[in-house]
Each structure stands twice: as structure tokens, then as C-alpha cells.
Design a protein around this ligand. Structure first.
Ligand code: NG1
Ligand code: ZN
Length: 533
């Protein structure tokens, strides 16, 4: 049974602030770091219970608020294969986090354990990590109290990126099996990626040095180590690496800044020269946005949609070259935020599915393809190879040297790509491989299709929960009547598209609009926003 006395005395040290409702949303719990202490303690307990429920498999806990401002923090759980927590448990997490007192919490725990028939005698293992936020250490110690309250085994993975933590969870749980994912350490991760990368670019001319904007976050630390492992294979130049400067994290830099403002971070202005390319990570290094300066010193952004198009075409080419194209089919998963230009371009070539916002939706849809390429426009994404495809790759006998080369490339890609979750650095290496194989500059990559001008605005409303959507969030079903008005507005704009949905991570409603030119896209977005104030 539960060690009620121990849980009680530890829980009393982590009281829930009154008048605050916590919600496990698309990115876990996320709010101001200063009010998350009780949530962290309870998440530590929940992680241990999830581990027991899954027969002692290791569960991951990541403390980060990604691209959000420095005072924010957050926490999310990672399931044994390195994927996001099963949806049903998001509700349990929310219930436990909101029990107002220690007594209420213990009662909720007891009900939870009985309802889910969790066998408390099973072992429990939890691995946890945090990003560079100043609120991190105290929040980690609250999680450790939760883990100790359950007498579970905790492993501190220290300060590292979100994708490394996901990798670790999968590596730990597959250790010694035929599906072994890699050595269960950050070093093991770096080695796995860089060994595959070096094989993939062997014999190719070294690409020009690559600027990486690390958003002054944990990506800086991982990028530095990655650079050492890569040596001359590609020279990385990490910038915005001030992880200890107060207020610097995600401030006018990073992938979210670039995607949202469609501008180069001012700190890179003098560094990115004509013809050069660079990229930005977000605060926990799971997102990636590329860009380049053209010969006239114009900035061009290459977002998640452009990455998806580049990578999917490359994998299709390789399956053809290997003679596997009728056995291994590539498919794409996007959300409503994908640029209409990309959706048109991709659906003329490959199957494309649109799903609601949130990595778990993209991930699960991508699992249905032989090779599923999923990216959010904001640069979060990866490529999944189905178990059947991996099987085919390992048993296939190529009939020519050219087929054999292509087959090896695909196999190396399965090692280079972090298949647990979107991974800014792994995706960056993937992009570099494709550019190197195709001898593409940023400009040539960009030329596949033209992005439609678009505008994303946030609207603060009294209650965002009254906004409900259907059709992968592309249409509003509530409040009634608004969708008809949006449709009517959209009809007046050539190439117009717009949709409204409540954010899952912020207390706002988002409005997205696209049209044939900048002014029209802005105008449409603001007129639609005017409908929902
Ligand atoms: P919300 O706040 O639900 O729009 C944002 C991003 C998502 C996803 C999540 C998780 C946009 C428009 N939305 O979700 O794509 O990345 O955060 O971090 O970029
Ligand atoms: Zn992130």
C-alpha cells in the first residue's frame, strides 16, 4: 500500500497554492516557475506510479518551458518508448495536481491507484532532466521528493535538452534487447548521431560553417559537445550561448522568435553574411528553423514545412535508388499551421495528413506510414520508420552497387534521426546531409515552393474554453455562428485561408490567416480576430 505517512510529511513541504488551477496540456504543465513546486512533487509521484503500472519500465520527466520566457517553467512525462505520455493520463495528472490539500491529494492518489489497479509492489524507475532556467534546480528537488515519497529509483540526467531526455528513456528501456536504441547517456546520443552523420557525408566536400543560434538555452551546451564530436565533418558555430545571463533565454532569439517575427535575431545581424545559412534552436532544443541571406542581403526563412519537404523528397529519392520504392512509402503529417504553399506542393507528390496541434497527434499519425515525416511549421518534427520498414531495410538484398549505396544511406538515416521526438540538433544534421547530397544552397532548397504570406495573432479572451473546433482544428463549432462569419471574410481574399483555435499552452486564442500578399494576410487575420473579441 501507499506509504501514507511519508507521502504526507513530504507533501506538507510542497503545498498547493490556492486559487490556481493547473492543467496538463499539449506540453505538460506550463506556467510561472515560481508556482510549480507542488506540481513537481506530485509529478514525481505520478511518474513513479506510471512506472509501476508499466511493470517497472523507466519513465522520463523533463523540466522545461521550451520557447517560453525565462520566468516560465514546465514539466512533462515521457513514456517508455520515448514518446509523450499517454493521453488518458493527462487527465489523471490534472486531477492530482489540483487536489487542494495534502489530505485531498492522498485521497485522490488512493482512488487513482485503486481505479487503475496499480500494483504498488512493482519497482519504479524515473529518469529526469532540466533545461537551463534558474527555477530548475528547486523544481528538480521537488520532483526528487516525489520520487522518494514512492520509494522509487531516480536517475538525474542533469541539464540537457528535451530530445536527449527522450532518447535516454528509450535507450534505458531497450538496453540489452534486440531493439537497443543506443548507449543510455548523452555521450552515447552524441556518438550515435555523429557516427551516422559522418558515414552519410563521407567523401562529400565539407559544407560551409554553420551558425547555430542556441536561444541562450540548453542547446548551447549540447551543440558545443556535438561540435567536438563532429570535428571537420561540418564546422558548427554556436551563438547565443549565454545560458547564465539573466533574462537572455529565448529573448529576441531562438526558433520561436524567428518563426513568429519572420526575422533574423538582431544578435545575428552582423554574423550571417550574404549567401550564408544558419539555424535557430528553441530553449530546449527540440525545434529548428533554418534561414539564409541571399546575395542582396535579404533574409529568407526555411521553416518546419520547408524541412519536411526537403527531407521527404530525399528519402523518396533514396528508396527509388535502392529499388525499395514500391515497398517503402513515404507520407507526410502536418497541422493546420502548415503553409498552404507547402500543403499544395507536398500533396501533389505524396500522401499528406492534417492533424490537430500537438506532437502526440503528429507522432501517432506518422506511425501509420512506412516512413512518416512530421513537422510543425514552427520547426518541431522528425521522421519515423515503422518496425516493418526497419525489418525490410535489414533483410533487403540490393542487386546493384548503386542500390547498395542508397540502402546504406537509408539505414544510416535511421540512426541519425531521433525517432522519439522532434530534435533540433538531429534535424539540423539531417538537413545538412540532404543539402550536401544534393549540393543545394539555401536558395535552391527554398525554391521548391513559395510560402504564402501569413499572419498569426494572439487574442486574449475571457474564456478560451468556449472555443471548440473540428476538422483538425480548421473549423470552429463553438461559439455558434462565428465560423460562418470567418468563411464569409475568407471568401473576399484571393487565396485566403484562416482559422481560429484555443491555444493548448497559453491562455489565448490564436488566429491564423494566409493570403496572396502580406497586406491581405495581415488584414484578414485582424478582421477574423475582430470577430472573437
Ligand atoms: P498552442 O499554444 O496550442 O498553439 C504551441 C504551438 C504548437 C506546439 C505547442 C507545444 C503554434 C501555433 N503552436 O501550441 O505548434 O509546438 O505549442 O509546444 O506554434
Ligand atoms: Zn521546445
Amino acid at each position: 500500500s501507499l506509504a501514507v505517512d511519508r507521502i504526507r510529511s513530504l507533501s506538507d513541504q510542497h503545498p498547493k497554492p490556492s486559487n490556481i488551477h493547473f492543467q496538463y496540456g499539449t506540453a505538460g504543465f506550463r506556467t510561472l516557475g515560481s508556482i510549480l513546486d507542488s506540481v513537481m512533487f506530485r509529478v514525481g509521484i505520478l511518474a513513479a506510479l506510471r512506472s509501476k503500472k508499466l511493470d517497472g519500465k523507466t519513465i522520463g520527466v523533463m523540466v522545461t518551458a521550451s520557447h517560453n520566457p525565462e520566468p516560465d517553467n514546465g514539466v512533462k512525462l515521457v513514456d517508455p518508448r520515448g514518446e509523450m505520455l499517454e493521453s488518458a493520463w493527462e487527465v489523471h495528472a490534472t486531477v492530482l495536481a489540483n487536489a487542494p490539500t495534502t489530505d485531498a491529494f492522498i485521497e485522490a492518489l488512493d482512488t487513482f491507484v485503486r481505479t487503475l489497479k496499480i500494483d504498488l509492489s512493482k519497482p519504479a524507475k524515473v529518469v529526469y532532466a532540466r533545461d537551463t532556467r534558474p527555477s530548475g534546480p528547486a523544481l528538480i528537488s521537488a520532483i526528487e521528493d516525489g520520487i522518494n515519497a514512492m520509494d522509487a529509483e531516480g536517475r538525474d540526467a542533469g541539464v540537457t535538452s528535451t530530445p536527449v531526455l527522450h532518447y535516454l528513456v528509450r535507450a534505458i528501456n531497450t538496453k540489452g534487447t534486440k531493439d537497443e536504441y543506443g548507449e543510455d547517456s548523452e555521450e552515447g546520443y552524441l556518438r550515435k548521431l555523429t557516427v551516422a552523420f559522418k558515414k552519410l557525408v563521407a567523401g562529400k566536400p565539407a559544407p560551409p560553417p554553420l551558425l547555430i543560434d542556441c536561444a541562450n538555452g540548453v542547446g548551447a551546451q549540447v551543440a558545443h559537445k556535438l561540435a567536438e564530436h563532429l570535428g571537420d565533418a561540418v564546422r558548427l558555430i554556436p551563438v547565443n550561448t549565454a545560458t547564465t545571463t539573466p533574462g537572455a533565454l529565448n529573448n529576441s532569439c531562438g526558433a520561436d522568435f524567428v518563426k513568429t517575427s519572420q526575422k533574423l535575431p538582431p544578435s545575428l545581424n552582423s554574423q550571417l553574411t550574404a549567401g550564408q545559412r544558419g539555424c535557430s534552436l528553441d530553449g530546449d532544443a527540440d525545434r529548428l528553423i533554418y534561414y539564409y541571406m541571399d546575395s542582396r542581403n535579404q533574409f529568407h526563412m526555411l521553416d518546419g514545412d520547408k524541412i519536411a519537404a526537403l527531407v521527404a523528397a530525399f528519402i523518396v529519392d533514396l528508396t527509388k535508388a535502392a529499388g525499395l520504392d514500391d515497398q517503402i512509402k513515404v507520407g507526410i503529417v502536418q497541422t493546420a499551421y502548415a503553409n498552404g504553399g507547402s500543403t499544395k506542393y507536398l500533396s501533389e507528390r505524396l500522401p499528406v495528413k492534417c492533424v490537430p496541434t500537438g506532437v502526440k497527434h503528429l507522432h501517432h499519425a506518422a506511425e501509420k506510414y512506412d516512413v512518416g515525416v512530421y513537422f510543425e511549421a514552427n520547426g518541431h518534427g522528425t521522421v519515423l520508420f515503422s518496425p516493418e520498414s526497419l525489418e525490410k531495410l535489414s533483410s533487403y538484398e540490393p542487386s546493384t552497387p548503386a542500390q547498395s549505396t542508397a540502402l546504406n544511406h537509408i539505414i544510416n538515416l535511421t540512426q541519425l534521426i531521433n525517432q522519439t521526438v522532434g530534435d533540433g540538433l538531429s534535424d539540423m544534421l539531417l538537413v545538412e546531409v540532404v543539402l550536401s547530397h544534393k549540393s543545394y544552397s539555401g536558395e535552391e532548397w527554398d525554391s521548391s515552393y513559395v510560402d504564402l504570406p501569413n499572419r498569426l495573432v494572439k487574442v486574449v479572451v475571457a474564456d478560451r474554453n468556449i472555443f471548440r473546433t473540428e476538422d483538425a482544428e480548421r473549423r470552429l463549432i463553438s461559439p455558434p455562428g462565428i465560423q460562418a462569419k470567418i468563411d464569409e471574410l475568407v471568401r473576399r481574399y484571393e487565396g485566403g485561408r484562416s482559422f481560429v483555435r484555443p491555444s493548448g499552452t497559453e491562455d489565448v486564442v490564436r488566429v491564423y490567416a494566409e493570403a496572396m500578399n502580406r497586406t491581405q494576410a495581415d488584414e484578414l487575420a485582424f478582421r477574423v480576430a475582430g470577430l472573437i473579441y
